[in-house]
Design a protein around this ligand. Structure first.
Ligand code: UN1
Length: 476
């Protein structure tokens, strides 16, 4: 069994408590143990990162590009093995997990190029004999706090730009997925990144997350609204850079004129793949009258055939829920939906499989209203609710009537409605004839309202968070 230690100042060190990493497809399978760092060790990691900054932040363009490229290469060449580890600890299917490792590899490859494309501007001053240059400096030590649902891709899209633009990192992964984080840290530690520039600390948000927040120069977080809000408040108090990506309650509108098969595919994929455990999942299916009945029956029929089973079993389409706590939350929301009067067209069942795991089949509510709790709050499981709409205008109103604003989709063949939706959706991402989840790795990602706070992640836009603008006046 592997012990996932902490990486501090280039050394692998044990922490103070050992916590088991359990396979959600088979709770008898203990994959490894995570060694939780103490508050003092987190402070050591921050100090090591700060001390290492001069080795990394200026004049290291080639070194940084090469290191990121080496990380990418190793991720690509080990994608099957790392995908299996990821599927085993998180519960997404092997194919989904291998795809995620490939995504992480592509992200590092993208940012290994971005290192070389750092640029500034030169302007003439309004005063004669003076030039003004505008350049970008690294921010310093970045705290990276990530969730369990994309345990290698989300760390990649935070760590890659942090390192690319010359920052040092202290990384705390989710307690539920320490194995993928440890594997990534191991790869980074052998990539040519100098000791201390990248540090990994395991532990809880309350202890380790809090200790990170007290010492870093910037914090990037993906996770729940509740934690995100606390992090933003603390970071603002300390006046440090903050970026938080939180939940969603993403609408998928299906209009009467939609291509029927595309619409059904978008709904099934967006709502249920990856067990619905995506902040971009389509949890509200807003369907107009003319197509409603045919559409909900086709989705229900597809759900009846979906195979929910062990993440590593051939043929599994939906893996288990990540842990008992999340399963309890999913079941609680299913009960809430029933008590609120939504109709249960497909009822999620706890499934018995050869291995003990958290297997929950998909749930589809129909005849729900947008005011119901199941349509206001993020469930984060294989549960979707259909809301009937009279026409496009009402559907758009419902789609935007939410505290969230991450992703929003529409299935239609009408150019007029597609264009209007793109302009009037109040979400950070809009999708036409596509699922609300499943994104490219080289373009900006982020939401509005309660979904996100701070600058966008990913693509060239990542520069905004990971650098600080410097304006220099030169009298020559
Ligand atoms: C995707 O839909 O491909 O936690 C990515 C999440 C998001 C990432 C979604 N931050 O689900």
């Amino acid at each position: 069994m592997t012990q996932y230690k902490n990486l501090i100042a280039g050394e692998w060190v044990a922490g103070t408590t050992e916590v088991k990493n359990i396979n959600p497809s088979d709770t008898d399978d203990v994959i490894g143990t995570a060694s939780y760092a103490s508050v003092k060790q987190v402070a050591d990691a921050i100090a090591a990162a700060r001390a290492a900054l001069p080795k990394w932040n200026v004049g290291t363009t080639q070194l940084r590009s090469d290191a990121l490229s080496a990380i990418s290469n190793e991720l690509f060449s080990r994608r099957e093995e790392l995908g299996e580890l990821l599927a085993r600890e998180e519960g997404k299917t092997r194919a989904e997990a291998i795809g995620e490792v490939g995504r992480a590899a592509n992200i590092f490859r993208f940012f290994s190029g971005e290192v070389l494309r750092m640029r500034g501007e030169t302007l003439a001053s309004v005063r004669p004999g003076i030039d003004v240059t505008i350049t970008r400096d690294p921010v310093g030590v970045i705290g990276v706090i990530t969730p369990w649902n994309f345990p290698i891709a989300i760390p990649a899209w935070k760590i890659a730009p942090a390192l690319a633009f010359g920052n040092a990192v202290v990384f705390k992964p989710s307690e539920l997925t320490p194995g993928s984080a440890w594997a990534l840290a191991d790869i980074i530690s052998r990539s040519g990144v100098p000791a201390g520039v990248f540090n990994l600390v395991h532990g809880t948000g309350a202890l380790v997350g809090d200790a990170i927040l007290s010492g870093v120069d910037a914090i990037t977080f993906t996770g729940s609204i509740k934690t995100g809000r606390q992090i933003v408040q603390r970071a603002t108090e300390r006046m440090i850079h903050v970026q938080a990506e939180m939940g969603g309650k993403n609408p998928l509108i299906v209009l009467d004129d939609a291509d029927f098969d595309i619409a059904v595919n978008c709904a099934v994929d967006g709502s249920f793949f990856q067990t619905g455990q995506r902040c971009t999942a389509s949890s509200r299916l807003i369907v107009t009258e003319g197509i409603h009945d045919r559409f909900v029956h086709a989705v229900a029929e597809r759900l009846g055939k979906i195979m929910t089973d062990h993440a590593l079993k051939a043929g599994t389409q939906v893996g288990p829920v990540v842990d008992q706590r999340q399963l309890d939350q999913d079941l609680r929301y299913i009960d809430i939906g029933v008590s609120e009067g939504a109709k249960v067209l497909v009822k999620g069942e706890l499934l018995k499989r050869p291995t003990p795991g958290h297997f929950l089949s998909p749930t589809l509510f129909t005849e729900s209203t947008n005011q119901m709790q199941i349509n206001r709050e993020e469930i984060f499981g294989p549960v979707a609710a259909v809301i009937r709409a009279k026409n496009y205008e009402e559907a758009l109103h419902i789609a935007n009537d939410t505290p969230f604003g991450l992703s929003a989709g529409i299935c239609t063949t009408s150019q007029k409605h597609a264009r209007h939706f793109q302009q009037h959706s109040e979400a950070g991402l809009t999708m036409l004839n596509l699922a609300t989840a499943g994104l490219d790795y080289h373009v900006p990602f982020g939401g509005r309202k309660a979904s996100s706070y701070g600058p966008r992640e990913q693509g060239t836009y990542a520069l905004e968070f990971y650098t600080i603008v410097k304006t220099s006046y030169l009298s020559v």
